[in-house]
Design a protein around this ligand. Structure first.
Ligand code: GLU
Length: 416
């Protein structure tokens, strides 16, 4: 499909092809799993505050639903396009299967810079989007969640728009909601907490201690900021963080609490809590753990050789290209691939959905304990697969996820 042909989609398909080849995947299935099951493109007319109407474009793509409702976030970003959303939906399929969640994969998005809208415009855009994708979503069909540029407030508007249409409250239609309408404790920090749990496993495997570890984090949004905070709580020294404007570095460790207190609309370097560095410099810092927690394709054939980390823990989706993967393997960098490293978000989304369906809510201790159990065992299974089959951690994670989906398709058979 020509509309899908974008760099991010090509990366997702190239990874899939490599894994499918290595596992000898059934050729019929291979063709099917390369393309999404359903893609919806919607036009979103929005009355702006000055009275004129602007038309935005939105997407919802369901890559696979063989194991259950499809699941995945909604991204608001100026670069969102159908190919990127389809790639992210495919990664959600493998991610959910790898963690053993009874879900398929989906993703949505709107091509917009959310910070350029007023709160009223953002709400009208979100509600119109929710109304347009209404036929596809539902607690048993497809369950959206936050992603880059969206948050609990946006999920609340989607939940409300859906509930208004059916006539009663349906908390299970989205996850990552505010607590007051059926959100879960621990959901907001979940992706960052998951990144920390798998990094602790990797450190243990490499016989390194968290107390001696230094951490650099690209991105200080939901994933990066919680990763920084929890890494520090666990005893690591967070030496650098960045946002789109650039980063800050302090060899003795940054004061993360102070960084979190700042006005989030101000660039990080204005805090003067460290030396100003560029995003490119951050990636090549000498550190134990590097966490890309921003957008895709940040570590490429051009800069991979300059990385000086021991562990690459992928908080973002698709941060590393295939060419970079080969370079990192030669350098001996231990990669915790995105579909494993950042799966804490969707794992706690699953807990939220289960709590909504049961109308029975769990404690923060329950959430953290169950998250740690699921993500740690997914890490250990992936590590074992990688060692036994002599493949990279990324290939091991992809092959395990794809295998779950393949089994579901082969057992269900082809309709009609
Ligand atoms: N957007 C997150 C991800 O990429 C979470 C998705 C979810 O919770 O459904 O994994």
């Amino acid at each position: 499909m020509r509309e899908l042909d974008t760099p991010t989609f090509r990366l997702a398909v190239a990874q899939f092809d490599q894994a499918a080849e290595a596992m000898g995947l059934d050729t019929n299935l291979r063709e099917r799993l390369k393309l999404p099951q359903r893609s919806l493109v919607v036009s979103l007319p929005v009355r702006m505050d000055d009275g004129h109407v602007e038309v935005f474009t939105g997407y919802r793509v369901q890559h696979d639903s063989s194991r259950g409702p499809s699941k995945g976030g909604i991204r608001y970003h100026p670069d969102v396009n159908l190919g990127e959303v389809a790639a992210l939906a495919m990664w959600m399929t493998w991610k959910c299967a790898l963690a053993g969640l009874p879900y398929g994969g989906a993703k949505g998005g709107i091509t917009v810079a959310p910070k350029s809208l007023s709160a009223g415009e953002l709400q009208r855009l979100t509600r119109r989007y929710a109304a347009e994708i209404f036929p596809l979503i539902g607690p048993d069909k497809d369950v959206p969640a936050p992603d880059v540029g969206t948050d609990a407030q946006i999920m609340a508007w989607i939940m409300d728009t859906y509930s208004q249409q059916v006539g009663y409250a349906v908390p299970g239609v989205v996850t990552g909601k505010p607590l007051s309408i059926g959100g879960s404790l621990g959901r907001e920090e979940a992706t960052g907490r998951g990144v920390v749990y798998v990094t602790l496993e990797a450190l243990r495997h490499l016989k390194l201690s968290i107390e001696h570890a230094t951490v650099a984090i690209q991105g200080f949004g939901n994933v990066g900021s919680h990763t920084a905070r929890i890494m520090q709580q666990q005893g690591a020294r967070v030496i650098a963080v960045s946002d789109v404007t650039g980063g800050i570095f302090n060899a003795n460790g940054l004061d993360i609490a102070k960084l979190l207190e700042r006005n989030p609309s101000r660039p990080l370097h204005e805090t003067k809590l460290g030396e100003t560095i560029t995003n490119e410099e951050l990636l090549s810092l000498d550190c134990t753990v590097l966490v890309p927690a921003a957008l895709s394709e940040q570590i490429t054939g051009k800069n991979a050789d300059s990385l000086r980390c021991r562990i690459l823990s992928e908080g973002a989706n698709g941060p590393t290209t295939l060419e970079a993967d080969r370079i990192l393997a030669d350098k001996g960098v231990f990669v915790i691939p995105d579909i494993l490293a950042n799966s804490g978000g969707v794992i706690v989304s699953y807990f939220e959905w289960v709590q909504d369906l049961q109308r029975f809510f769990w404690s923060a201790t329950d959430i953290q304990g169950r998250l740690q159990d699921i993500i740690t065992s997914a890490f250990q299974r992936t590590l074992r697969f990688s060692t036994e089959r002599h493949v990279s951690m990324r290939m091991a994670a992809l092959m395990s996820g794809i295998d779950q989906i393949a089994q579901a398709h082969l057992q269900r058979g082809l309709y009609p």
